[in-house]
Design a protein around this ligand. Structure first.
Ligand code: FE
Ligand code: FE
Length: 398
């Protein structure tokens, strides 16, 4: 009997997991697929706000148990200590003496297989199968083939490289989408219902009127980790500028920490959010998805965090600027351009201008952005052009 073994943290299980497992089952003609949630994955720390092991088990059962040929096992959750694949394979070998085992994994796990605990024993007892989980995995083809060669030379059997269609979603992303209330297209229906009913992953929490510290935590958890320093930089810079130029420091800090809160979402997800919250989008914004996060970020500030209009509009205009901006809008726009992590050519001149005069700083930042977009052959947003003209005409009349 051909048996597939599919382990993972399933935090939460989503359609990417389900589709990949089904593709494996079909392609290899597996009679059974054993889905095994890990208690403490040895490869990674569990993200904060995760569901407990028992909740993940239940979600995994809801995701897979109804599918013909699939079974969810709790063996790793019952075992003491960390989950090691080799222990699981050993136990399954005992149970399915005649079974021919296929260990299913995504590309990142496959590429690091040598670093697992006891890889020889695993490879001796199960054929390795690598499937794609993300569209980007296809670009990895060469390194996957190389890894297959290496593993074949080392362990004597060639791993199976599956060329499957992907449903592009990760658990990290799924948790983010749950928080924004747009996870439905990415999760099995029963999984979503359970998460909502049990209030897992922060779903259904009231995030309105949070203290700054709490707002910061919730906001940063929704960012990609690589973007966290930028969000903190904008927050601190906006707070300092508010103090210097006599604006509300609290509002500047709140707008700063939230300004990119939806930036981690891709274009399709931005559009889902815009639709959910009835955000009006211009044709220009639809054609330039990198601008959408300003609009959806402002809507998130309103819908999720219950922030005031001043904060919402500072977020809304932080990417393009517009004519006749409020002090807070100027501050957040400028802080986004000059926070300490920014390193582009010309940033020092903008910092120096911002130090002397808020409007001069904004004007220089607008000029730099417009020139840069033109040099790179990108369309320039009309709002930025009008913002620059407005500041120039004000300068003349003063
Ligand atoms: Fe931004
Ligand atoms: Fe930003």
């Amino acid at each position: 009997m051909k048996i597939g073994v599919y382990g993972g943290s399933f935090n939460p299980p989503h359609l990417g997991h389900v589709r990949a497992a089904q593709a494996c089952k079909r392609a290899l003609g597996l009679e059974r697929v054993l889905v095994i949630p890990a208690s403490i994955p040895p490869h990674k720390q569990m993200a904060s706000g995760s569901a407990t092991a028992m909740e993940r088990l239940k979600l995994t059962q809801l995701a897979f148990s109804q599918l013909p040929g699939f079974a969810v096992l709790d063996m790793e959750l019952r075992r003491e200590g960390k989950s090691y694949t080799v222990d699981t394979i050993r136990a399954l070998k005992e149970q399915y003496k005649q079974g021919e085992m296929y260990l299913m994994m995504g590309t990142d796990m496959f590429l690091s297989f040598q670093d697992w605990y006891c890889p020889e024993e695993i490879a001796k007892n199960a054929r390795l199968v690598c499937f794609s989980r993300y569209d980007a995995d296809a670009k990895n083809r060469e390194s996957l083939l190389k890894q297959a060669d290496t593993l074949e030379a080392q362990f004597g059997e060639r791993p199976v490289l599956l060329e499957n269609d992907c449903f592009d979603i990760s658990s990290t992303e799924a948790r983010r989408l749950l928080r924004f209330g747009i996870a439905a297209p990415y999760l099995p229906e029963a999984v979503l219902r359970e998460i909502e009913a049990e209030g897992l992953y922060g779903v259904g929490e009231n995030d309105k009127g949070l203290s700054f510290e709490r707002l910061k935590d919730v906001s940063l958890a929704l960012h990609k980790s690589s973007r966290v320093p930028h969000a903190i930089g904008v927050c601190e810079t906006a707070r300092e500028m508010a103090k210097k130029y006599g604006a509300d420091e609290t509002l500047a800090a709140r707008a700063g920490i939230l300004h990119d809160v939806t930036k981690a979402l891709n274009a399709k997800q931005q559009l889902l959010l815009a639709e959910k919250w009835n955000v009006d989008l211009t044709d220009f914004e639809r054609a330039n998805p990198q601008l959408l996060h300003a609009k959806t970020g402002a809507a998130a500030a309103r819908e999720i965090f219950g922030e005031c209009e001043a904060v919402q509009s500072a977020i809304e205009w932080h990417t393009t600027g517009k004519p006749n901006m409020t002090k807070l809008e100027k501050i957040v726009y400028l802080a986004d351009m000059i926070e300490p992590n920014r390193t582009y050519t010309g940033v020092e001149a903008i910092r120096a201008a911002a130090e002397k005069d808020l409007d001069e700083g904004v004007l220089l930042a607008l000029e730099r952005t417009i020139a840069h977009l033109q040099e790179e052959g990108f369309a320039v947003c009309e709002d930025s052009v009008r913002a620059r003209a407005f500041l120039l005409s004000e300068r003349k009349s003063s």
